[in-house]
Write a protein that binds this ligand. Structure first.
Ligand SMILES: Cc1cc2nc3c(=O)[nH]c(=O)nc-3n(C[C@H](O)[C@H](O)[C@H](O)COP(=O)(O)OP(=O)(O)OC[C@H]3O[C@@H](n4cnc5c(N)ncnc54)[C@H](O)[C@@H]3O)c2cc1C
Length: 405
């Protein structure tokens, strides 16, 4: 197996490193080393720098505001930003750029791409994800939020739930039932709706960490223009699956770097607590090291397949399942190392609510409690639960018989 990158990718890597050296402060130790206020201000300025230098949406065509580079260069950029401990954008870009933008590129009409992609990159329009409902989570095709045509509009009625950063969004992409008479996967459309439209009500939900990271959103007689449907009317299921592929798999390049940085912090934590000579702790740390290495090779495999086909297939489920289950075990180890200290919250709290704390973050109990202990629990639920990933792997990759309906 040849794990080296082609020469042109390494040339580009050199360009990215020069860009980072020119644009980051000399004493840069990572976004996690800043206070929360400093990190928020830095992220906004940094995002603008990435945008102005064509590094946000780097592989998107230039006519939509992208960088016009290759997907391989996109992978190299993601790796180098993670190594330099800087974010690839703000947290909302996960839904805006990664999910909505990439899905629009695949399914949007020319007019839709020209209308929405530049606003996604500039950050003027912020997207949130309206998939889940109280009775439709794993069984996503059961969505019951209705949309009916009324002249030049769709009229939306129903409820979404678990909408991450719902209060920050300006737009929502929705799975809506547009044909109640069709079989459940075939009567769904992928609709876009402004969150300030009359009849939309966003209610925050308080979570385990005490924060209100996600919301429930109610729609009563909400109008959105007829052209705000992506892909075929009643054929939104395929669009929805494209988006989930991006949600689950695009992290294959950065996860091994971020989880390695977290593991280094965990080893430092063991040393600082005098637990690094404990044979059981050492054994568990060695297991974590092995898992992060496996994650790296798995990432290469997934990226190779993505670069060859241009699509995130069911392989994305392998990545999602692997990192989220690993993270809970690493979190349990952090808790054991901290011992009774884990009961006392102290120090900087993490800004993001998924995967690892920001690289460079100090070993505070708040960091391990929030990101690792509480948020790691959610890792095997969001973007599809572990059981659902296993079903996908069984059916789509291993060719096992389908689960009975
Ligand atoms: C932090 C976080 C952020 C989120 N953000 C968003 C968001 O922005 N937008 C959005 O739309 N949604 C979001 N979600 C919702 C998320 O997608 C759902 O929680 C998830 O899909 C599971 O659905 P559910 O909660 O309804 O659980 P259920 O589907 O009710 O599942 C309950 C349990 O049953 C198991 N189960 C269900 N079906 C099967 C089966 N066929 N075989 C085996 N086991 C099964 C599940 O694995 C799970 O353990 C978020 C969730 C979290 C935790």
């Amino acid at each position: 197996m040849d794990l080296s990158y082609p020469v042109e990718a390494e040339v580009f890597r050199g360009e990215v490193r020069a860009f980072l050296a020119a644009n980051l402060p000399e004493d840069w130790r990572g976004i996690g080393a800043l206070s929360n206020e400093e990190a928020e201000a830095f992220t906004l300025t940094w995002r603008r720098t990435l945008f102005e230098c064509g590094m946000l949406g780097i592989a998107w065509p230039a006519e939509y505001g992208g960088g016009g580079r290759t997907k391989l260069e996109q992978v190299v950029l993601a790796e180098e930003l993670a190594r330099a401990r800087v974010p690839m954008g703000r947290v909302a870009d996960t839904t805006s750029v990664k999910m909505m933008g990439n899905t629009l590129l695949r399914w949007g009409t020319e007019e839709q791409k020209r209308r929405f992609l530049p606003g996604i990159l500039s950050g003027d329009e912020v997207w949130v994800q309206g998939y889940s409902e109280p009775d439709a989570g794993s069984d996503l095709a059961s969505v019951s939020l209705r949309a009916r045509r009324d002249g030049d509009d769709w009229v939306i009625d129903g409820q979404k739930i678990w909408t991450s950063r719902g209060e920050e969004g300006t737009w929502i992409f929705l799975l809506a039932r547009t044909n109640p008479d069709a079989p459940k996967h075939r009567g769904i459309s992928f609709l876009l709706c402004r969150l300030d439209a009359p009849g939309v009500e966003v209610r925050p939900i308080r979570v385990l960490t005490g924060q209100t990271e996600f919301c429930e959103i109610f729609f009563t007689d909400v109008h959105t223009p007829a052209e705000n449907v992506i892909g075929p009317v009643d054929g939104g299921w395929a669009v929805a699956m494209t988006l989930l592929g991006h949600e689950r798999g695009e992290e294959a390049a950065t996860n091994p770097i971020l989880f390695r940085a977290e593991l280094d912090r965990l080893i430092d934590l063991a040393r600082s607590q005098g637990r690094d000579r404990d044979a059981v702790i050492r054994d568990r740390l060695a297991w974590c090291y092995t898992m992060v290495e496996v994650m790296r090779f798995l990432g290469y495999r997934i990226l190779t397949s993505y670069l060859q086909s241009g699509e995130m297939g069911p392989e994305a489920s392998v990545s999602k399942l692997f990192w989220s289950e690993y993270h809970q075990k690493a979190a349990d180890l952090a808790l054991e190392i901290l011992g009774a200290r884990a009961l006392i919250r102290e120090g900087r709290r993490p800004l993001k609510h998924f995967r690892t704390d920001e690289p460079g973050a100090p070993n505070t109990t708040n960091s391990w409690i929030d990101v690792c202990l509480l948020n790691a629990r959610a890792g095997t639920v969001y973007a599809g639960t572990s059981q659902i990933q296993r079903n996908i792997l069984g059916e789509s990759i291993l060719g096992l018989p389908k689960e009975p309906a």
